[in-house]
Design a protein around this ligand. Structure first.
Ligand code: BGC
Length: 758
């Protein structure tokens, strides 16, 4: 043991001194380069125009070639293909004075050409190895196509399903969100000396998911302790995992937009967390501070630089105004130098000074992008992200036999499958539900298709929800005629599969909704289908938790499939036919209606909690018209088998100081199918110095159990798990009694109590 420790220490010392030597070499290289740079060239490094190849917002820079030659561009984003990237890089390294290479970024959010489920879906796998693998594959594909930097992971905690960008994050929980953040950064960055890893950019820092009323880009105002306890942990986890860059969010945070928020960008990020990479704005985040009301472009650009922003995406506020601000003493040369250095360091770490064409190997894309192997992996991962919400009388799995009616506006559409923020996707090659079902069942089953309804009765809504030209196509017949057609098509069916919910662009950026139900016209179709008395399976497409109380009470089976990526249709078929046993669990709470929002499992008790099992009691914290319960709780999800949990066994019932507690349960697969279960650990501090959440996730493990098999799962709990930021911002734990809860869902746990003294 002693020998092992000495060996380990030696390895650590050697690694640390190699790191130091590497850092010194990088410093002297950059020192020498910066000595040669003019002020204009330094400002050029801070400039990140969009390429115009893929457009993700308003206002793009023009004359990019000329600017690159003049040394006025640090990098370019959303440009696709080695050929194009190589051409542009060639201009930078042969025609600009100092031949500084560019970095090439892209929104590689949930896969590149091989698309994985939307991040909210991916988080429902609760499988961090799968999450990491998806990022690794995305990095391999993007880097084979010339990209060296991705604007991912998005780790904004969100408890408001009205916000469309909830689709891009990992749900409501900081513990799970942190685990995903770490896995994604690891998957993308791996070893940056290799040419198949890319630099990651965690976003949107910070608190972008707490936009008031769920309206995109809206104000956030939050206490410091909520910020530190509930919203900041995933960003910090990404920083701890070594993320190379951070993207500032658009929103106003406690009175100062994140883009000019020195507290966030310098005090927290750099001083408290020790972040060493660079911070980029989100798109025209600097320019938008004019509309926020902080001054003209010159003023807001200097505010951003002073706050700790290093790179300006699209807006060119840095490029066009910082020189004047320097003259006027509003920024210093040291401010500009510091930002320039951080960007040059990133390029150095990516190896671009050694080889500007490191990511420009023309041969790789042919075999490494959208390969069969990658698509198979996407199919497997997607199937593990779907959440079986209901399965009355075991309607599912379906037999690959008989007549299956497939109905709904989302059933036979490929473009809609990859989901929001799939900018590099091959939409025409995505697998629709109809494709997937037919491929799985071959000639053994007969499929009858009818669209049954439009996405929404309102054509204008449908157009808004079809941004980026991906509309579902509109049927101009009256709704009643379309429903009748679907009923006729279902007449001889043994089972009806209804593919309903949201289109891909009903979630994502600028896709907030004030009504989070399935659109009315689709619900009318669903009701008509249910009224036939035939078994109906709702295959629910969505980028957010939806209010589906009626559906949960009336539709026999519901499989929530998010947007499953390139292989969605195959993966859905795998689950519907039982070739894969579903194992996803929700990472958000699904409310009964929008009025309950924000509704989340880790809420406080209040001084007047409602007794469990009650709907209403006068002078309690509740509503007159709806109970406090969700339709589906955080952590919930069914399987085609069943699991039982033993009582929670604790290693001790009394602990002191920095001792460690182990808590274990034995989980048994009591059904007759092999399956996977997400075992979840929650803690509740019964009495605290501050009020404490009724439960908080503190551990989880996804296990595979054969039919009849049992496994014991053990969690280690230390005082680090008990710590929280108090009202006065001390980060400590309070002695007292804690409930240790373990179960397969946040609302279905076994409990034991421990006393932990100081
Ligand atoms: C989004 C970011 C994205 C950026 C670049 C912005 O509109 O908020 O998430 O990375 O565009 O495309």
């Amino acid at each position: 043991m002693k020998q092992l420790l000495t060996g380990l220490l030696l390895v650590m010392t050697v690694t640390a001194s190699a790191q130091k030597a590497g850092d010194a070499k990088m410093k002297s290289f950059i020192d020498a380069l910066m000595k040669k740079m003019t002020l204009d060239e330094k400002l050029g490094q801070l400039n990140l125009p969009g390429s115009g190849d893929i457009v993700t917002g308003q206002a793009q820079s023009s004359d990019i070639g000329k600017k690159i030659r003049e040394g006025k561009v640090g990098g370019l984003f959303n440009i696709k293909s080695v050929a194009k990237i190589k051409d542009v890089q060639k201009v930078a390294v042969t025609e600009s004075r100092l031949k500084i290479p560019l970095i090439f970024g892209m929104d590689v959010i949930h896969g590149y050409e091989t698309v994985f489920p939307i991040p909210l879906g991916l988080s429902c796998s609760w499988d961090m190895k799968a999450v990491e693998r998806s990022a690794q594959i995305a990095a391999k594909e993007a880097s084979a196509d010339g990209i060296c930097w991705t604007f991912s992971p998005m780790v904004d905690i969100c408890r408001d399903p009205r916000w469309g960008r909830i689709a891009e994050g990992n749900g409501e929980d900081p513990y799970l969100g942190s685990a995903v953040a770490k896995a994604m950064v690891k998957g993308y960055q791996g070893d940056l000396t290799k040419n198949d890893n890319i630099m990651s950019c965690v976003k949107h820092y910070a608190l972008y998911g707490a936009a008031e009323a769920g309206r995109d880009y809206n104000t956030t105002d939050m206490s410091l302790q909520r910020m530190y306890n509930e919203y900041l942990p995933p960003y910090k986890a990404a920083v701890d995992a070594g993320v190379g860059s951070v993207m500032a969010s658009f929103n106003d945070v406690n009175g100062v937009p994140a883009t000019a928020n020195k507290f966030l960008q310098t005090d927290v990020l750099r001083k408290q967390w020790g972040f060493k990479g660079f911070v980029v704005t989100d798109y025209t985040g600097i320019n938008e501070m004019e509309a926020h009301g902080l001054g003209n472009l010159q003023t807001v650009s200097s505010l951003a630089l002073k706050a700790g922003i290093n790179m300006d995406m699209v807006g060119e506020g840095f490029l066009t105004t910082l020189k004047q601000s320097l003259k006027e003493g509003k920024v210093t040369m040291a401010d500009i130098d510091n930002s320039c250095r951080l960007i040059l360091e990133a390029k150095y770490k990516l190896g671009l000074f050694d080889n500007p064409y490191k990511y420009c190997d023309e041969n790789r894309a042919k075999t490494e992008v959208f390969s069969d192997a990658n698509r198979n992996e996407a199919r497997k991962i997607a199937a593990d992200c779907f959440v079986l919400l209901k399965n009355q009388n075991n309607v599912l799995p379906l037999k690959k036999a008989g007549t299956i009616a497939v109905v709904g506006p989302l059933a036979d559409n490929r473009e809609n499958m990859p989901g929001t923020w799939s900018v590099a996707a091959k939409f025409d090659k995505a697998v629709s539900l109809m494709d997937g079902l037919k491929a799985a069942a071959g000639n053994n089953a007969k499929f009858i298709y009818a669209k049954g309804s439009n996405l929404d009765a309102d054509a204008a809504f449908e157009e808004r929800a079809g941004m980026f030209g991906k509309s579902l196509g509109r049927d101009n017949r009256p709704a009643s005629v379309m429903i009748q057609e679907a009923l006729d098509a279902s007449k001889d069916a043994d089972v009806i599969v209804a593919a309903l919910g949201e289109s891909a662009e009903m979630s994502g950026e600028c896709s907030s909704r004030s009504d989070i139900q399935i659109p009315e016209t689709q619900r009318a179709l669903l009701k008509a289908l249910v009224n036939t008395g035939k078994p109906v399976v709702l295959v629910l497409f969505t980028g957010r938790p939806l209010a589906i109380k009626w559906e949960s009470e009336n539709v026999p089976a519901i499989l929530n499939v998010w947007f499953g990526g390139s292989e969605a249709g195959n993966a859905i078929a795998d689950v519907l036919f039982g070739d894969v046993n579903p194992s996803g669990k929700l990472t958000t709470t699904w409310p009964q209606n929008v009025g309950q929002v924000p509704l989340y499992y880790a809420h406080k008790s209040t001084g007047r909690p409602l007794p469990e099992g009650k709907w209403f009691e006068k002078f309690r914290s509740n509503y007159l018209d709806v109970s406090n319960d969700p339709v589906y709780a955080f952590g919930y999800g069914l399987s085609y088998t069943t699991f039982t949990y033993s009582d929670v066994k604790l290693s001790a019932t009394k602990l002191k100081g920095n001792q460690t507690l182990t808590a274990s349960v034995t989980v048994t697969n009591t059904g007759n199918k092999d399956g996977k279960e997400v075992v979840q650990l929650y803690l509740h501090q019964l009495i605290g110095v501050n009020t404490r959440p009724v439960k908080e996730l503190k551990g989880f493990e996804k296990i595979a159990l054969k039919a009849g098999e049992s496994k014991t799962v053990t969690f280690n709990i230390s005082t680090a798990d008990l710590k929280y930021y108090h009202f006065d911002m001390t980060n400590d734990w309070d002695p007292g009694d804690f409930e240790v809860m373990i179960g397969g869902s946040s609302d279905h746990v076994k409990k034991a109590t421990v006393n932990w003294s100081k």
